[in-house]
Write a protein of this length. Structure first.
Length: 86
């Protein structure tokens, strides 16, 4: 039996607020053009690698990162993955 397990973590792509150093919390800020490009680059790097489970925050920046990377189909949205509401 193969006990080899991996956990891959990816942060959402860049937003206008993350670029300027602002804290977004649960403000639903979309990706900017650089963030979209970075999300696509993640997809190219992974080359369709299969995962047994894909989780995403329900915030648009995370959902869009997941989609642009090619992993939206079957991804589960989990409120526990949202940033703190501060």
């Amino acid at each position: 039996m193969d006990d080899h397990r991996e956990l891959w973590l990816f942060r959402h792509g860049e937003t206008e607020w993350s670029k300027s150093g602002q804290h977004t919390g649960r403000t639903d800020i979309p990706l900017d053009k650089a963030g979209e490009a970075r999300a696509r680059a993640i997809g190219r790097r992974l080359k369709g690698r299969p995962f047994s489970l894909v989780l995403s925050s329900p915030l648009i920046r995370s959902v869009e990162t997941c989609r642009l990377a090619g992993y939206a189909d079957g991804a589960e949205l989990d409120d526990d993955l949202m940033e703190w509401d501060y």
